[in-house]
Design a protein around this ligand. Structure first.
Ligand code: GLP
Length: 244
């Protein structure tokens, strides 16, 4: 695991954008794994600017997102499909058919399990992920792999922890239904990516970052598994690195 500490969140976004650009430029048919949350928004803004400036093209790129909420439609503003359309896919030259977000618009567990399986096969058929972008939850989760998730887990339904529901409350209007379930790539799925880049910014992530980097390898901090990946890079701003 390589750890890079940069002064500001903007530096983190620039670094991540350079990494994405390297992968996409080296292989026009590259497969990107993408994340949602507030942290990667600055990265997506930067990729959009570079694409508009003609420095970058996603014409032949395929993407697979980490996760999606169960219980809201993919047209809902807070669905991760809508998030990705809004922050990246609708603003760059990517073919919408090449963008994948887990399908979670059913409440039938059998349908959801089939969707999760199909998602895994889709990643496999595409040849696997070249670069996976990750954020980190305040409890150390990656994707929606909450503490105690198996390191061997595959794409599946997960119940969100209380702290995750609490942390993501800010995106939902008061009184509005907020999902407590999601489909997420598993930790085993994420680890198969050829390279992983985790971004963390802000003091609120400092403890999770410390546990991920300096703590033991434990399912209580799912992100600690990145210590074992041969090409994982953690990019932090000074606040997120403040407890190291
Ligand atoms: C959600 C997503 C994660 C993301 C986390 C942190 O739970 N499933 O992929 O890393 O939020 O988000 P933020 O960057 O907003 O702190």
């Amino acid at each position: 695991m390589q750890v890079i500490i940069l002064p500001t969140p903007n530096d983190v976004a620039q670094y991540a954008a350079n990494s994405v650009m390297d992968v996409v430029t080296e292989n026009a048919n590259s497969i990107l794994g993408l994340a949602t949350g507030s942290t990667p928004i600055a990265l997506y803004d930067e990729l959009v600017s570079r694409c508009r400036a003609g420095l970058l093209s996603f014409k032949n790129t395929k993407t697979f997102n980490l996760d999606e909420y169960i219980g809201i439609s993919d047209c809902h503003e807070q669905s991760y499909r809508a998030f990705m359309n809004r922050h990246l896919f609708n603003l760059v030259d990517i073919n919408p058919a090449n963008t994948h977000v887990p399908l979670a618009d059913s409440l039938d567990p059998e349908v959801l399990a089939r969707n999760a399986e199909a998602y895994e096969s889709g990643i496999e058929r595409s040849g696997g992920i070249d670069l996976q972008i990750l954020g980190i939850g305040v409890n150390g989760h990656i994707g929606f792999n909450e503490p105690t998730s198996s390191f061997a887990s595959r794409t599946r339904i997960k119940t969100l922890s209380k702290s995750t529901v609490e942390a993501n409350k800010r995106f939902f209007a008061e009184g509005e239904f907020q999902p407590h379930l999601a489909i997420t790539m598993g930790i085993g799925t994420i680890l198969e990516s050829r390279a992983i880049l985790l971004m963390a910014t802000g003091k609120g992530k400092a403890q999770a970052v410390k546990d991920m980097i300096e703590g033991p390898l434990t399912s209580m901090c799912p992100a600690s598994v990145l210590q074992q990946h041969k090409k994982s890079i953690v990019i932090l701003d000074e606040d997120a690195a403040s407890l190291l």
